[in-house]
Design a protein around this ligand. Structure first.
Ligand code: GLU
Length: 441
């Protein structure tokens, strides 16, 4: 049984870098017939909002992911509190009273003595009287987890064997002065409670994993398998930031990109699976083995997104386009198959469809007027099919001696108003004789 979760913090709109673990978890679940949980890590009351959470759900659906279950950490405080009580009873969670300034001074002193700036655990030696005195001064405790301080080994699904030495880390704060939880403890508690078997997330969490494995063990929970993927960076090599606001998934949606193109760029950049079109996310799930995820950075290339977006559209079957076409008042499989190769964004179809439906602005040079008038007179009778174009142009070639560009370009310019575009032999039957007559002088 495979159970994964994607656990975004709803403190902003998600970007490509957030979509990466969302998708990699999805692929893993699909490949192994597992369960996918969307978990809102919303314990940071000051920064999490319902609006951001709803936006994340919308973006995920747009990308083509349908979670089996949605949970919100804010609904699970009782579980977190129970774990906190147990850790306190076991002597693993202890109250500390230092202010930020006091901690800064301690760190500065450690640096002067050439020691690592690790928390000195002085709060561990506070007596009950010390605590009572500090609390009488109005201080409220924050709570630290007492690390084992040992090398924690784990076999990473993506990066291979890993060791995090918790002896070189400060005991992490799990509970703030105001009683609210930082991400670390609720994440472990919920992973245990939800039966998470695989935690797939960015490699910025590797050292958290050392801490969290100790918390799993302290709570007697089954330690999941971890997989840390390389992080996506923007074209300049910088990490994406939720607060930047640009290049969010919803920005890409508003700019008219295809969800499949965004999903492919977010997940396959920095892997050895080629960036090309895939019909479904399941096809990627079946082909992407985590050994293909590179260990180096994954740099997002906007030009590659543009080119991929076009290729996704060029391969999009009519069934995938029909509903969106009909929302634009367009229909017809033959029209779609003929015109899709010209699209860079889906919305471009409105302009291209005018080649079929009109109106178009015919372009004709004065020296071609007589030729075009003759062409009009020689337009074959209906019914039309894909051979009509060559019948017509062969006859015109015999009648006028024109050939090549001199023969074809004036016809294309008159019939479509442009130099480039779809094959005229396929376009002609879609336009029909009457409309062609109207476009010729
Ligand atoms: N809320 C955490 C984050 O967004 C989740 C990390 C994890 O997957 O455990 O970084």
């Amino acid at each position: 049984m495979t159970v994964v979760r994607w656990a975004p913090s709803p403190t902003g709109r998600i970007h490509l870098g957030n979509a990466r673990p969302a998708l990699l978890n999805w692929f893993y679940a699909r490949r192994h017939g597992g369960t996918y949980i969307l978990r809102m890590d919303d314990t940071d009351h000051a920064r999490s909002t319902r609006e951001f959470a709803d936006g994340i759900e919308r973006d995920l659906a747009w990308l083509g992911i349908t979670p089996d279950l949605l949970v919100r950490q804010s609904d699970r405080t009782a579980l977190h509190d129970a774990a906190r009580t147990r850790l306190i009873a076991a002597g693993r969670l202890y109250p500390c009273y230092e202010t930020e300034e006091e901690l800064d001074r301690k760190r500065a002193r450690a640096r002067l003595l050439n020691k690592p700036p690790i928390y000195d655990r002085s709060a561990l030696s506070l007596t009950a009287e010390d605590r009572a005195r500090l609390e009488a001064e109005g201080r409220k405790p924050h709570w630290r987890f007492r690390l084992d301080g040992r090398p924690v080994h784990f076999e990473d699904l993506i990066k291979g064997p890993q060791t995090v030495n918790t002896a070189s880390m400060s005991d992490p704060v799990l509970v703030r002065e105001d009683g609210s939880y930082l991400y670390t403890l609720p994440s472990v508690v919920d992973d245990i409670d939800l039966g998470i078997t695989h935690v797939i997330r960015g490699e910025d969490h590797v050292s958290n994993t050392g801490t969290q494995i100790e918390i799993f063990e302290a709570l007697g929970g089954a330690v999941p398998t971890f997989g840390h993927h390389n992080l996506l960076t923007d074209a300049e090599g910088q990490g994406f930031s939720k607060r930047l606001g640009s290049q969010s998934i919803s920005d890409f949606r508003d700019q008219g990109y295809e969800p499949m193109a965004i999903a492919i760029m977010a997940s396959l950049t920095g892997t050895s699976l080629p960036i090309e079109t895939y019909e479904t996310l399941d096809e990627i799930a079946n082909r992407l083995d985590f050994s293909m995820v590179s260990h180096g950075a994954a740099r997002f290339d906007p030009a590659e997104l543009d080119s991929l977006n076009a290729r996704v559209l060029h391969a999009l079957p009519y069934e995938g386009a029909a509903a969106r076409l009909s929302a634009m008042g367009l229909e017809g499989e033959a029209m779609w198959l003929l015109l899709r190769d010209n699209l860079r964004k889906f919305a471009d179809i409105a302009e291209w469809a005018k080649l079929v439906t009109g109106p178009i602005e015919p372009v004709m040079a004065d020296e071609d007027r007589d030729f075009l008038a003759l062409a009009k007179a020689m337009l074959p009778p209906e019914p039309w099919d894909e051979t009509t174009w060559s019948q017509w142009t062969d006859a015109l070639k015999s009648a006028t001696g024109r050939k090549g560009k001199a023969l074809f370009l004036p016809l294309r310019l008159a019939l479509t108003g442009r130099h480039d575009g779809p094959e005229l032999k396929s376009l002609l039957p879609l336009v029909g004789r009457k409309a062609c007559l109207d476009r010729l002088p």
